[in-house]
Design a protein around this ligand. Sequence first.
Ligand code: SF4
Length: 347
Amino acid sequence: MRNTREIQIGNIKIGAGNRIAIQSMTTTKPSDLEQTISQIKVLESAGCDIVRVTVPTVDDAKFIDKIKEKISIPLVADIHFDYKIALECIERGIDKIRINPGNIGDRNRVKVLAQKASACNIPIRIGVNSGSVDKEILEKYGAPNEDAMVESVLKEIKILEDCDFTDIVLSLKASNVMTTVKAYRKISQIVNYPLHIGITEAGSEYSGLVKSSVGLGSLILDDIGDTMRVSLTAEPEKEIYAAKEILKACGKLDKGVNIVSCPTCGRCNYNLIELVKKVELLTKNIDKNLTVAVMGCIVNGPGEAKEADLGVAGGLNECILFKKGQIVRKIPFKNLLDELMKEIIGA
Ligand code: SF4
């Protein structure tokens, strides 16, 4: 396990061996109060640990306390350039700020922000993206590669450390998976600040999930990453479900239903694809640590899925229900979804 500092974000701790916290971001502005709260509520029920909201103006910052009153997960403000917005957010009870100190300009302003954040125990995430690498550094390297990103983030860190501020989280996201992975691997060898990992502009639900699985999965398997966001061009809660699947695949999430299913073949006599889609949808918000198998046929199903806590495998007109590889009873195809869901809920 990478030995990082522990950072407190509201009631969630990241780094120092704490579990990887899942994040997402609303697609609303704080001034769209109702919409913002309603999106956060959906994210909370999906299993989101930390939520971020963009705060483009000081007027938007004035809604932070109103949002905080209605939600129960930590709230992060995403701010560009204007330190006054950050100060207002801290006044209104924000739990973390994402701002790049290099973009604030005047070092006295950075100092004021660092002092205020420090006094209120509010961490700051420095987020260097491949598109926002420091100009001089970009000229030096000629492209926003991993070395340019690492140098850029180190420059940002120094600005805060010069103000005696070390309550820092880092991110170095590129839309290129390989660049992202290399940048995180490199920075993890240099500093021990917790890392927020993600692939930026990853794309649609499908391609974004693949890119994030490859990139974030590689990092997580190397024990790099303390909090994660899967960026998808999709509804924010889908980012949470995607993050959970990546964590499950990496063996880092011990809650939630893990579905194993076969690809089906000519031996399958029922609509397994439809059943798996429905079971996946209905179990999304179930927190139990349970592996459920949905297999096409009795010939190979129970044997291949004997590690599953429970599962079904298709026969001619019915499925068998098995638990830990042992056949328990038969279920007619027409009752399959209901009976399987009852077993999952009762397990
Ligand atoms: S479990 Fe049966 S139906 Fe599914 S792929 Fe294997 S042989 Fe085919």
